[in-house]
Design a binder for this molecule. Structure first.
Ligand code: ATP
Ligand code: MG
Length: 386
């Protein structure tokens, strides 16, 4: 529980403010996302100003739960529970007594969002120093805690917490993407990075199960629910791999993985066309495994007329794992999972020529296989439940 009662949650936009003339559109998307994330929470209303939202709380609000949800909303950069007071120095000083700092020293950081007041930030700090004997805490410019004061036109905001949000752009503001999601560590991290750039992911998961029930009981829906905290909901296409496996049973094993990737991309391309999507995202990282050499990535994506983005391209595995832990996907990612067997091939060549993949693709009749596979796709929508 919060140790005191707050009037509002202050939500700052961060990078969005660089948007110039388009700012309004981005703010609208962010507001819609926040409303949807808080649809089960009590609050009075959202008040918008130039660089922030104030989510006005009511008696029934649970500030902690609201903050917990806001932490996952891309586009939100800093979150602070705030107390309001009159925009004058006397009220600011007396209201500051509501914060309990034990015996530690406090630094005052004052800022004016509205500059029309007759006093400035320095005047506020001087007044606190003058009042030193009566303050409930010791003022020190190197203090352990910080009391933040923000002067707006009609009120002053007081707060002591600056909670980091995910930052970036609001989900949906850059359109949709097709996200190739495996059950592994990398692609969920890639998904969160894509969402932070404003993309709404439509997930494509190729699986080795024979019934929908088996997928539903696997870890994939759990992973998707976790990812939905960022995007509010998730749409997923569960795509069976058995037709591909049957069709490619006679090819040399060393080509199978790259051919399977080509198959995934070509099928993804068709789903993209239905949703007006122009980008496919993967969790690949240059050179991480043999299938992720530049040559093999090129061979797998040849002839795919979409922008293929790999947000983890330049990252080290340890960094990716660190992010997965921070974002909360790691534990599920390492749970055992029945992978598509073509993905498990350990020794694909590292320089597979595109031409060989072109030929195998044609000989195995994979265009027809894609059409047959499409008929067996199951589409599911999940809503965030946090
Ligand atoms: P990950 O940790 O994301 O599974 P990885 O290091 O295991 O990645 P690969 O198995 O080569 O690497 O997969 C590379 C990328 O291909 C994945 O990040 C994902 O985007 C995509 N991919 C792999 N398997 C599947 C699958 N079954 N369904 C959808 N996409 C997949
Ligand atoms: Mg994998």
């Amino acid at each position: 529980m919060m140790d005191m009662s707050y009037d509002a949650i202050d939500v700052r936009f961060g990078e969005l403010l660089l948007k110039g003339r388009n700012l309004g559109r981005f703010i609208d998307v962010l507001k819609g996302n926040i409303k949807s994330a808080l649809s089960n929470e009590h609050y009075e209303k959202i008040v918008q100003s130039r660089d922030r939202f104030l989510i006005m709380l009511s008696d029934k609000s649970n500030a902690n739960k609201i903050i917990e949800k806001l932490k996952y909303i891309p586009g939100v950069s800093i979150i602070s529970p705030v107390i309001f007071t009159e925009p004058n120095i006397k009220s600011i000083i007396s209201t500051s007594a509501k914060f309990k700092f034990k015996n530690d020293s406090v630094r005052i950081e004052a800022h004016r969002s509205d500059k029309s007041h007759a006093f400035n930030s320095k005047d506020i700090i001087s007044a606190f120093i003058k009042n030193q004997d009566k303050n409930k805490f010791e003022i020190d410019k190197n203090g352990i805690h910080t009391l933040y004061i923000n002067l707006m036109r009609d009120k002053a905001l007081l707060y002591i917490k600056r909670i980091k949000g995910v930052g970036g752009l609001p989900v949906g503001s850059s359109g949709n993407c097709a996200l190739l999601l495996s059950g592994g560590i990398d692609s969920p991290v890639a998904s969160i990075m894509a969402m932070r750039r404003g993309l709404y992911p439509i997930y494509l998961h190729f699986h080795a199960f024979s019934t929908k029930k088996e997928i539903e009981h696997s870890k994939i829906p759990k992973l998707l629910l976790l990812l939905s905290k960022y995007s509010m909901a998730s749409e997923v296409y569960y795509i069976p791999s058995h037709l591909f496996i049957a069709q490619t049973s006679k090819i040399p094993e060393s080509y199978e993985l790259v051919l399977f990737k080509r198959f995934m991309y070509k099928l993804a391309e068709r789903i993209c066309a239905k949703h007006d999507i122009n980008t496919i995202i993967t969790g690949e990282s240059i050179g991480q495994v043999a299938s992720q050499t530049i040559d093999n990535m090129l061979a797998s994506q040849k002839g795919v007329d979409k922008l293929i983005l790999r947000p983890l391209a330049g990252m080290d595995k340890d960094e990716i794992i660190k992010l997965a832990r921070q974002m909360g996907t790691f534990e599920l990612s390492i749970e055992p999972y029945r992978e598509v067997c073509s993905m498990k091939i350990r020794n694909p060549g590292t320089k597979i020529p595109s031409k060989i993949i072109d030929r195998l693709y044609k000989n195995c009749k994979l265009d027809e296989c894609i059409i047959e596979t499409e008929k067996r796709i199951k589409k599911v929508t999940l809503r965030s439940v946090h």
